[in-house]
Design a protein around this ligand. Structure first.
Ligand code: SF4
Length: 79
């Protein structure tokens, strides 16, 4: 087994990653955008001021049933 292949090599952006089966509710597209911004030295402004549709509201929609629309503190998603 080549440990370096699994532990140290650069990954392709469209590659299936070892941790892709872990679902934290945030989409891979969102994480990829954050990663690419970080390579440019950028960060996103606070999402409480502008929602980036990270995916968490969709992933955890059942947990929101019965709560106020703004219970999670996420502003309306803007295009
Ligand atoms: S405001 Fe909520 S849904 Fe929007 S990016 Fe932030 S955590 Fe995600």
């Amino acid at each position: 087994m080549d440990v370096g292949f699994y532990a140290w090599r650069s990954r392709l952006l469209d590659e299936v990653l070892p941790w892709d089966h872990i679902d934290a509710g945030v989409t891979k597209k969102y994480l990829l955008e954050d990663y690419q911004a970080s390579l440019r030295g950028g960060t996103r402004p606070d999402c409480r001021e502008h929602c980036y549709a990270c995916g968490i509201l969709t992933a955890f929609r059942e947990e929101q049933v019965g709560l106020a629309v703004d219970a999670w503190g996420c502003p309306p998603i803007k295009a």
